[in-house]
Design a protein around this ligand. Sequence first.
Ligand SMILES: Nc1ncnc2c1ncn2[C@@H]1O[C@H](COP(=O)(O)OP(=O)(O)OP(=O)(O)O)[C@@H](O)[C@H]1O
Ligand SMILES: [Mg+2]
Length: 233
Amino acid sequence: MTLQVTDVFASYGPFKVLKSVSIEVKPEQCISVIGQNGAGKSTLLRAILGLLGLESGQVTFEGKDITNLSPWERAKIGLILVPEGRHIFGPLTVYENLSIGCVKYQRKKRLKKRLDFVYELFPFLQQRENQTSATLSGGEQQMLAIARALMAQPKLMLLDEPSLGLSPVMIEALSKTLEEVKRTSSLLLVEQNVRLALNLAEKMYMLHGGQVVFQGTDKEFESEPKFLELYFG
Ligand SMILES: Nc1ncnc2c1ncn2[C@@H]1O[C@H](COP(=O)(O)OP(=O)(O)OP(=O)(O)O)[C@@H](O)[C@H]1O
Ligand SMILES: [Mg+2]
């Protein structure tokens, strides 16, 4: 198993958010977590990445208990986030943003190798290498955020609503990109765009009020009107 989250409870002060959440990601698998605003999706990612302490429960990665590791230690072993809202460094160039993503490789040779890999997947980023990142379009910035995460050679890439604010054409491009990324990394995709999630993920989890109310395949999800109703209101 790549990632196993078991019976996790997490709160912001007195405000309880995650209530007995268990999910798992198998090697080379893409799972998707969907749910309405405030369901606890980003909180779940924070808990997995060690950005929010657990009240109880356990997180294991490749069979190792990582519940008490720091976010940095988790990044080093391959858990890499593509955050909601991209959070690229606007004043820096495309090249500089990508270099920052290369958490493990201070050595120039390794950096070059990762850059070659990323530029092959995103040729436009090589053409824009010296462009200030803030001047890229929203969709291009999203691709840069994914490329920056790939620089760290993730074993599990966690994406928080990557389709937010993108046009249908850009969402299509994003979907193709993530299909490519799936060849090299497991994916945990948080999405509001259920269509994108259904297309990419082999397994879906639905969070509602901080609890997993559904888990199953895309087909099982689509054949359950009750969940569609819960999701779409
Ligand atoms: N730092 C915080 N302090 C207190 N409450 C918080 C904090 N961050 C999130 N919350 C609350 O926790 C709940 C879950 O938030 P979370 O961000 O995980 O939702 P989400 O499913 O990611 O929603 P969205 O789709 O809008 O991004 C919400 O009710 C939110 O108000
Ligand atoms: Mg969120």
